[in-house]
Design a protein around this ligand. Structure first.
Ligand code: AMP
Length: 359
């Protein structure tokens, strides 16, 4: 285990709001950040000490970046595995590349989870319309077709209610690496944000309940409205996943919670800090971002305790126009990601509201 001293530089692959909030936490703990991202004027570089604008596959830039930093992490999962492996040969990289391979491919991810004894939606990997028809003879309708790779916020997904929908779904997805999932009639969606330190210690925040609008996270409420048994089971499964991957840093596990058995099914894992954990900034002694920085720097993990109620609402697209109004709202904690251009579906900021637990 290598402990980094304050003053060291953390390299972050990716320049979005997650990198921005990571950099703010790093700064609070006395670390510098160096952002590596192809896009100029990104949210993270506005609060970091250094930035490299280059492609993720440019080995000359990656090598110079590795020389300039003391540890590397990433804030999104679609970084080429080969780039992370290239960096690993030169500098410590957390989390490791094993988790990227698993989480970049929905089919591998589901096999990995099922092999651990963790339930997911029933699924089949398919590569043609004929395969899909026969998979759905087994799984039955409705079902969700998803591209195996590079899907997020509902992109790369199509619902099929009957055999007649299959052809259109294939045309929409325009990809031949597809996973078919049975549609789960869940009651609620929850996530568990877990952190694992370099010595193997694991801590989890309380499960949080997530509501989506147009496939994008809208509101996260902590704690989730679930009984103790489900809460403990979700935390146990997340701890098992993060331990099995020998992961260092913050990892998020999203679950469907149903009345029918199995009560818990993992929808997906995200090898990073997560939108559903933003409430921890104000609500917990050590936020998800701080925990991630602590873990990758070889420092002791922080306190994940939380006893009240918290609600995080994303400010998406035009919602950001409420900025001044929210600044006038008592108790509202407003975050602006520094993005200039408002676009529909773009995450522009968020607001967190805390309250005492109702008895
Ligand atoms: P994903 O990109 O896999 O996280 O999916 C985005 C959202 O689509 C999830 O948060 C769910 O609300 C919904 N969804 C995805 N897969 C399924 C499924 N198998 N059954 C029901 N809803 C799903």
């Amino acid at each position: 285990m290598k402990t980094l001293a304050p003053g060291s530089t953390i390299g972050v692959l990716g320049g979005g709001q997650l990198g921005r909030m990571m950099a703010l936490s790093a700064s609070q703990l006395g670390f510098k950040t160096h952002i590596y991202c192809p896009e100029k004027n990104n949210p993270a570089e506005q609060v970091a000490q250094k930035v490299t604008h280059s492609d993720y596959t440019d080995e000359k830039s990656l090598a110079a970046f590795a020389d300039a930093v003391d540890v590397v992490t990433y804030e999104f999962e679609n970084i080429p595995v080969s780039s992370v492996e290239f960096l690993c040969a030169k500098v410590a990289v957390f989390p490791n590349s094993k988790v990227l391979q698993v989480s970049q491919d929905r089919l591998l991810e589901k096999h990995f989870l099922n092999d651990l004894g963790i339930a997911t939606a029933p699924f089949r990997g398919v590569s043609s319309i004929e395969d899909t028809i026969s998979a759905l003879n087994d799984l039955s309708y409705p079902a969700v077709l998803k591209t195996r790779r590079f899907g997020y916020d509902g992109k790369g997904q199509s619902i099929v209610n009957a055999k007649n929908d299959i052809k259109t779904a294939w045309q929409t997805l325009n990809n031949d690496q597809i996973i078919v999932e049975a549609f789960i009639n869940f009651d609620i969606e929850i996530s568990v944000i877990a952190v694992r330190g370099q010595g193997g210690e694991v801590k989890c925040f309380v499960p949080v309940e997530n509501k989506h609008k147009n496939h994008i996270l809208d509101v996260s409420t902590a704690p989730a409205r679930i009984g103790n048994e489900i809460k403990e089971a979700a935390i146990k499964q997340a701890s098992k996943i993060i331990g099995e991957l020998e992961y260092v840093g913050v990892l998020t596990v999203e679950f469907f919670v149903s009345k029918d058995k199995p009560t818990l099914r993992v929808n997906e894992i995200a090898p990073r800090v997560h939108n559903s954990g933003h409430w921890t900034i104000e609500a917990c002694p050590s936020s998800q971002f701080e925990q991630h920085i602590r873990a990758i720097c070889g420092l002791p993990l922080g306190d994940t305790g939380f006893s009240g109620e918290a609600q995080m609402t994303n400010l998406i697209g035009d919602d950001i126009l409420q900025y001044e109004m929210l600044l006038n709202e008592k108790g509202a904690r407003v975050h602006h990601y520094g993005k200039k251009e408002i676009r529909a579906g773009r995450k522009m900021g968020h607001v967190t509201r805390l309250s005492q637990k109702k008895s």
